[in-house]
Design a protein around this ligand. Structure first.
Ligand code: GLA
Length: 406
């Protein structure tokens, strides 16, 4: 009996140790969805040190940093076309005359974290040197520069196995010894939500976004996806996300050409999805409206809620939807979305609609429990669930409410 007990204890200790040894990523990172800025959506490969330094300054002076944005990520286009004689990647000397370490130091000096991009293939999507075959060497180089975040793409990967390639890079980062968020960008092609929980902190779930609300945009051989199209693709995979491992419906297009209402809806829905919030607009030219959206701390708090549960579509009829996100402390965020092209009227008696969710195990009957309501865009308390909620909602608008238990 005594031996059996000792054996069981040893088995438990061994299992814990083995799990730890097998762990491939820095498990403690990104307990809430990462927040930051990335160059791609506005600049593509047209980046350079001076412009980026200005952007870093604006990141701070605009209040983005204080609103919780932390990472400053360079996407494709930062490299020279060839590795050096030792096989090391080189920052394009014309774009980055001071070198990448100096730029990383600048980002850090502003209290921000620094991110960079490469690709699992032989070349990046824009044709720069890829990491295939250089995983450990590249990871060591990034660590020596002070990189805190690596976005890893999926172009030019013809005969490469996705889970293997991403696991290799994840191990390489771990071996380099500097904690880095590892952002998988294989567009959901190999269903990373099934295998990437211990590989990286976030994984793209779809192809690329564009600044359009309803319609996809044809790019010839592929299509760039609209906000609503991407939204619909998240419904079936929400249970795979959680603290440290997030579904990534792609970076934000707020401020990049949609209407104010559409930008607000896009941002709100990404927060309902507990999505990484990676701004993709030119921060130097941000309008007050764009800033108001990106720095709304009450809406951001929905995204960053410590429970880390991705929201779900609770109701959908005739273009009107209700999304629900369970929050810590038995609270809820509720987002009304009008996808249609006409104004609609919401007439919603909370007591007629019990909310249950198998993922977060909530079961709310508003006849038994009342909640106070706060409109997070109006920043106003607007009553309780004891009264019917009546409001008009314009085309492509959202109303985001926080429900706090009375
Ligand atoms: C892919 C990614 C984008 C961006 C570009 C860069 O399309 O999905 O987010 O990183 O490559 O070339």
């Amino acid at each position: 009996m005594k031996h059996l007990k000792i054996f069981s204890i040893l088995t438990i200790i061994c299992t814990m140790a083995c799990t730890r040894l097998m762990a491939q990523k820095f498990e403690e990172l990104a307990q809430t969805p990462p927040m930051g800025f990335n160059t791609w959506n506005t600049f593509q490969i047209n980046i350079n040190e001076q412009m980026l330094r200005d952007m870093v300054d604006t990141y701070v002076s605009s209040g983005m940093r204080d609103a919780g944005y932390t990472y400053f990520v360079l996407d494709d286009g930062w490299m020279a076309m060839d590795r050096d004689k030792d096989g090391n990647l080189v920052a394009d000397p014309k774009k980055f005359p001071s070198g990448m370490k100096a730029f990383a130091d600048y980002v850090h000096s502003k209290g921000l974290k620094f991110g960079i991009y490469n690709c699992a293939g032989t070349k990046t999507c824009a044709g720069f040197p890829g990491t295939h075959g250089y995983e450990y060497q590249d990871a060591r180089l990034y660590a020596s520069w002070g990189v805190d975040y690596l976005k890893f793409d999926w172009c030019n990967t013809d005969s490469i196995n996705a889970p293997d390639a991403y696991r290799t890079m994840s191990r390489a980062i771990h071996a380099a010894g500097r904690p880095m968020i590892f952002s998988l960008c294989e567009w959901g092609d190999h269903k990373p939500w099934f295998w990437a929980k211990h590989v990286g902190q976030l994984w793209r779930t779809t192809g690329d976004i564009h600044a359009g609300f309803v319609d996809n945009l044809s790019m010839g051989s592929w299509s760039s996806l609209s906000v609503l199209n991407i939204l619909d693709k998240q419904v079936a995979i929400r249970q795979y996300a959680g603290p440290g491992h997030w579904n990534d419906p792609d970076m934000l297009e707020v401020g990049n050409g949609m209407t104010f209402d559409e930008d607000k809806a896009h941002f709100s829905l990404w927060c309902m999805l507990a999505a990484p919030l990676i701004a993709g607009n030119d921060l130097r030219k941000m309008t007050d409206q764009t800033k108001e959206i990106l720095t709304n701390k009450e809406v951001i708090a929905v995204d960053q809620d410590s429970l880390g549960v991705e929201g779900f579509r609770y109701y959908s009829f005739d273009g009107l939807e209700i999304w629900v996100k369970p929050l810590a402390g038995n609270n809820l965020a509720v987002c009304f979305l009008n996808r249609s092209s006409r104004e609609q009227n919401i007439y919603y008696d909370w007591k007629d609609h019990e909310i249950t969710d198998g993922v977060s195990k909530i079961d709310i009957d508003f006849n038994k429990t009342g909640y106070s309501l706060r409109d997070l865009w109006l920043k106003k308390d607007i009553g309780t669930t004891n009264k019917t909620f009546k409001q008009a909602i314009g085309s492509h608008q959202v109303i985001v409410l926080k429900l706090t238990k009375l």
